[in-house]
Design a binder for this molecule. Structure first.
Ligand code: 13P
Length: 261
């Protein structure tokens, strides 16, 4: 965490009905309504976005989606456009999550098209990258992640990059309870930033790079003390409003301490 805004984003994945989302929002807002030292994002399933728009209006919590089409509109059964996300007050969208890549066959080319579309529409992409266990064991993790980043950013300007968030999520740490050590997270986030610098110059210093993979209230503080880890993308531990709020407060304490306030 350096001179960049800290971001804590929850990714609910395919959990929560409309009622459950509304109930969550009320309880969560009560806990985090005064948090200003970091940015809070909830990335909810499509069906919960509209109800959450109403619940979160004028609050400190930003709304995000978990995927989006590269097309504007048209005969694309089952897809959701950037315009539709803006319509329900989304400002962020997760793109290229490993579950989309691995389970639904999303390619680097599609992810690049989605990133371009999101930026053109004024949404902030949260671009996910990360290697699986085999790649890590072969010693090729950095190479794989660099290739993902380079593909995803193809054709973008430095101004585009300055409006992005990147999340490093090693697949072997997602939902497994196995967090990367804070040193592993730092090493890869630094490698990503070095790659961004090669591609886009000093703008790289402005980009928030998050870590994701079994982040909890208990390990967020240690992760955030690393210089290139600017926040977290949280799956399982974002599903309960009180424990996610606790994680956010723990993160907030680190931010406050590091800013010397
Ligand atoms: P967990 O926090 O459940 O490991 O999930 C991480 C993730 O995939 C967030 O996008």
């Amino acid at each position: 965490m350096a001179n960049r805004r800290t971001v804590i984003a929850g990714n609910w994945k395919m959990f929560k009905t409309v009622n459950e989302a509304e109930d969550y929002a009320v309880r969560f807002l009560e806990e985090v309504k005064d948090v200003t030292e970091l940015d809070i994002i909830l990335c909810a399933p499509f069906t919960a976005l509209y109800p959450l728009k109403n619940e979160l209006e004028e609050s400190v919590v930003h709304l995000g989606a978990q995927n989006m089409s590269w097309a504007d509109q048209g005969a694309y059964t089952g897809e959701i456009s950037a315009q539709m996300l803006l319509d329900v007050a989304c400002t962020y969208v997760i793109l290229g999550h490993s579950e989309r890549r691995e389970l639904f066959g999303e390619t680097d080319e599609e992810i690049n098209k989605k990133v371009q579309k999101a930026l053109a529409a004024g949404l902030t992409p949260i671009l996910c990258v990360g290697e699986n266990l085999n790649v890590r064991e072969e010693g090729k993790a950095v190479e794989r992640v660099r290739a993902q980043v380079t593909h995803a950013l193809s054709g973008l300007s430095t101004e585009d990059l300055s409006r992005m968030v990147i999340a490093y999520e090693p697949i072997w740490a997602i939902g497994t309870g196995k967090t990367a050590s804070s040193q592993d997270a730092q090493d890869m986030c630094a490698a990503i930033r070095a790659n961004l610098t090669e591609l886009m110059g000093p703008t790289a210093e402005k980009v928030s790079i998050l870590y994701g993979g079994s982040v909890k209230a208990e390990n967020i503080a240690e992760l955030l003390t690393e210089p290139d880890v600017d926040g977290a993308l949280v799956g399982g531990a974002s599903l309960d409003p009180l424990s996610f709020a606790k994680l956010i407060h723990n993160a907030g304490s680190v931010v406050t301490r590091m800013e010397g306030r």
